[in-house]
Design a binder for this molecule. Structure first.
Ligand code: ZN
Length: 103
């Protein structure tokens, strides 16, 4: 007997300040990646679905976005390109979790 199924994983990639399309507030949004993996005997083997979404922390509205949009948002969130938090335009990509001032 073969037991197979799927398992979902959610990764929080970034927190971004965006104007919410639902409540209209410029509030923090979490950028999340949801990966669904195929499992065999409860062992996850390979991902077959990857979806991105942003969720407003103010009203909780979730919006699905494309992979391209998610990458764009990550660049904005990671590099400070939007001007908040000191804005370093064109800064080198930083690894998440690294000390921000480490070179
Ligand atoms: Zn909202």
């Amino acid at each position: 007997m073969i037991i197979f199924g799927t398992k979902g994983y959610i990764y929080q990639l970034a927190i971004l300040t965006l104007v919410c399309g639902h409540c209209g507030n410029p509030s923090a949004h979490t950028l999340r990646k949801r990966v669904t993996k195929f499992t065999l005997f409860f062992v996850p083997l390979f991902p077959f679905s990857t979806k991105y979404a942003t969720q407003c922390t103010f009203c909780g509205a979730e919006q699905q976005i494309t992979t391209a949009q998610a990458e764009q948002l990550q660049l904005q969130g990671g590099g400070g390109g939007q001007g908040f938090e000191g804005g370093r335009p064109g800064g080198a990509a930083q690894q998440p979790g690294q000390h921000p001032y480490q070179r």
